[in-house]
Design a binder for this molecule. Structure first.
Ligand SMILES: Cc1cc2nc3c(=O)[nH]c(=O)nc-3n(C[C@H](O)[C@H](O)[C@H](O)COP(=O)(O)O)c2cc1C
Length: 364
C-alpha cells in the first residue's frame, strides 16, 4: 500500500514556473561532446539521443557555451550562432512532439579551458589569475591548464551580454526555458567563491559583490524568457574542477538564494554534496534554502529510485534530476515506475564521439 502511494507522487505532474512537466523524474545536464566539429552545432545523432529521453518530466540540456570564449570541451555544443540555433531547434521540436519539455543549460567555463580551445589562442578568463591545475582535452591532446587572465571590470558586462544573446538564441530555438550554470567550478562559481575570487572591484570582496555577476546573468535570462522560465544550477559544497569551497558557504549561497527568491525564478537545481562523488546534505542548509526560495526545488546527485521516491513523497524536494542513470536508461521514468532493472552507464564512452554508449543503450 505504502509503496503504491509513494510511487504515485514521483510520477505525478509538476509545474516548474510556467513549464508543465508530466512527471518529477528529470534528466540532469550531461556533457557528451558529440556536436558537429567546426560549428559546435547539434546534429541528427544528438536529436536521436534527446528524443529517446523525452519521457523525462524535464530535460536539462547538456551544458552549452554562450560564446567561443566560454568553451572548455571539444565537441560541446554552442548556443550563439544561427547554425547552432537550427541544430537545437531540431532537438526541441522532436522532444516537444513526444510531449517532453527541455531547457538549455547556459555555460561559460572560465578558467577550465585552454588556449588551444580559445579564439586566437588567448588565455582563458577568470575572476582572478589562479590556475585550477587540471587538464583540458584539446585538438592537440590532453593539455595542462594554464594560469587564466583576470577579467577587466568592463569585460564582465560583455559576458552578461553573451548570456542574454544565448538566452535569446535558446528562445528562438524553441527551448522551454534556460538553466544558468552556476555550479561545478565554472566561471560563475569561480566568481561566487572567495577561494577563486580575489578581486577588489565591484565583482569581488563582499558577498554582494561576488553575487553580482551571477545575478546579472540571471537577470539577462529573465529579460528574454521571464522569471517563470529561468532556473539556476548551484553546487554549494562541490569540489568539482578544483574549486575549493568558500570560507562561508552558508552565507554566500544563502544570500544568493534570497536574491533568487526575490526574483521569483522558476527553479533552483541543487547538487546535494560533491558532484558525482558523494550525496550529502551536510555543509549547507539545503532544506532551509528550499524554504527561503519558495520556487521549485530540483534535487540531484547520487539519487537512487528509493531515495527519489522518499524525498518527493515527503515533500523534501519537488523533483529529482538523474544524470548517469538517465544517460544509460533512455526510458528511466518508465523503469523507475515499474521498478525494472537499470542498464549500467559506461564511463569509457561518456565523452567519446559516435553512437556507441550514446544512443545504443536499450529501452526495456
Ligand atoms: C558524463 C557527464 C557529464 C556531465 N555534464 C554536466 C553538464 O554539462 N552540466 C552540469 O551541470 N553537470 C554535468 N554533469 C553532472 C551531472 O549533471 C550530475 O550532477 C551528476 O552526474 C550527479 O548526478 P547522478 O548521480 O544522478 O549521475 C555531468 C556528469 C556526467 C557523468
Amino acid at each position: 500500500m505504502a509503496e503504491g502511494k509513494i510511487s504515485a507522487r514521483l510520477f505525478t505532474t509538476v509545474k516548474v514556473g510556467a513549464i508543465d512537466c508530466a512527471n518529477r523524474v528529470f534528466m540532469a545536464p550531461l556533457t557528451r561532446c558529440r556536436s558537429t566539429p567546426g560549428t559546435d552545432a547539434p546534429n541528427a545523432l544528438n536529436v536521436e539521443y534527446y528524443v529517446q529521453r523525452a519521457g523525462a518530466g524535464l530535460i536539462v540540456s547538456e551544458a552549452t557555451q554562450i560564446s567561443p570564449q566560454g568553451k572548455g570541451y571539444m565537441g560541446a555544443p554552442g548556443i550563439y550562432t544561427r547554425e547552432q540555433e537550427a541544430g537545437w531547434r531540431a532537438i526541441t521540436d522532436a522532444v516537444h512532439a513526444k510531449g517532453g519539455k527541455i531547457v538549455a543549460q547556459l555555460w561559460h567555463v572560465g578558467r577550465i579551458s585552454h588556449p588551444d580551445l580559445q579564439p586566437g589562442g588567448a588565455l582563458p578568463v577568470a575572476p582572478s589569475a589562479i590556475n585550477a591545475g587540471l587538464f583540458t582535452t584539446t585538438q592537440n591532446g590532453k593539455m595542462a591548464q594554464v594560469t587564466p587572465r583576470a577579467l577587466e571590470t568592463h569585460e564582465v558586462a560583455g559576458i552578461v551580454a553573451d548570456y542574454r544573446h544565448a538566452a535569446q538564441t535558446a528562445k528562438n530555438a524553441g527551448f522551454d526555458g534556460v538553466e544558468i550554470h552556476a555550479a561545478n567550478g565554472y566561471l560563475l562559481e569561480q566568481f561566487l567563491r572567495d577561494s577563486t575570487n580575489r578581486r577588489t572591484d565591484e565583482y569581488g570582496g563582499s558577498i554582494a559583490n561576488r553575487l553580482r555577476f551571477t545575478l546579472a546573468a540571471v537577470d539577462a535570462a529573465i529579460e528574454v524568457f521571464g522569471a517563470d522560465r529561468v532556473g539556476i544550477r548551484l553546487s554549494p559544497v562541490t569540489l568539482a574542477n578544483n574549486c575549493p569551497l568558500d570560507s562561508n558557504t552558508e552565507a554566500v549561497y544563502g544570500a544568493l538564494v534570497d536574491q533568487l527568491a526575490a526574483r521569483k525564478i522558476a527553479f533552483i537545481h541543487f547538487i546535494e554534496g560533491n558532484t558525482q562523488v558523494e550525496h550529502t546534505k551536510s555543509g549547507f542548509d539545503f532544506a532551509g534554502a528550499r524554504q527561503r526560495f519558495g520556487g521549485t526545488y530540483i534535487a540531484n546527485n547520487g539519487y537512487t529510485r528509493a531515495m527519489a521516491l522518499d524525498a518527493v513523497e515527503r515533500g523534501a524536494v519537488d523533483a529529482v534530476a538523474f544524470g548517469r542513470p538517465f544517460l544509460a536508461n533512455p526510458d528511466l521514468p518508465k523503469r523507475l515506475l515499474l521498478d525494472a532493472p537499470l542498464n549500467e552507464p559506461n564511463p569509457k564512452t561518456f565523452y567519446k564521439p559516435g553512437a556507441e554508449g550514446y544512443t545504443d543503450y536499450p529501452a526495456l
